[in-house]
Ligand binder design. Structure first.
Ligand SMILES: [Zn+2]
Length: 200
């Protein structure tokens, strides 16, 4: 039991480390407005609160560069009106059985979020230039790289998405799982977009 707790604590450290790198990577913080103080007044949403929770889960990375495009993709393309979105540093990476303790931690989060709802559909999205897949001082992530096949980082991420799909299908029998890789693409006018490629 004690061992189990220390493993979970270690998983938390690793995730926090990935999160810190996401925040600290210069390319990833570009464009974010730095605010040091919140307005004093309270604030009320203009949108009415809805009690119900959907039966669709989305797992994506915390990287803010992809968050607006991901929201648009979920609403406009997948037509998901009220999904439960869980952002985890590295998206599918902590779900790998190789990272066994983080794997259990994520399952625990899902169970807590889900309550008695069984997910009918799970969408998992990895993205280009993910900080969790960059050179790291973390021994476990380095091990993941060393044991990977001789493909590109994108190949590795796509493999991890497929592994995560198997994990979800094992955890939740009968669930439909869709996996996507988000990449930055250029428009003829020089501007950039995010294209969500379905991984088969
Ligand atoms: Zn990421």
């Amino acid at each position: 039991m004690k061992d189990e707790r220390s493993k979970l604590a270690r998983a938390g450290d690793i995730l926090a480390g990935i999160g810190a790198r996401v925040k600290g990577t210069p390319s990833e913080s570009k464009g974010a407005a730095a605010t040091t103080e919140a307005p004093r007044a309270d604030w009320k949403s203009s949108i009415p609160y809805k009690e119900e929770r959907g039966d669709t889960f989305v797992i994506c990375c915390v990287d803010p560069r992809f968050s607006r495009e991901t929201e648009e993709f979920l609403a406009e393309h997948l037509k998901l009106e009220h999904p439960t979105v869980m952002a985890i540093p590295g998206s599918a990476a902590p779900l790998l059985p190789l990272v066994g303790f983080a794997h259990k931690l994520v399952k625990g989060w899902l169970d807590t979020l889900l309550g008695k709802i069984r997910p009918k559909r799970i969408v998992c999205i990895a993205h280009e230039d993910c900080a969790a897949y960059q050179t790291t001082g973390n021994a476990i992530l380095n091990f993941m790289f060393q044991t990977a096949t001789h493909g590109t980082v994108q190949d590795l991420q796509r493999k991890h998405l497929k592994d995560a799909k198997v994990t979800f299908e094992t955890w939740f029998h009968g669930v439909a799982v869709d996996i996507y890789y988000a990449e930055v693409t250029s428009e003829p006018d020089g501007s950039k977009r995010v294209t969500f490629n379905k991984v088969e």
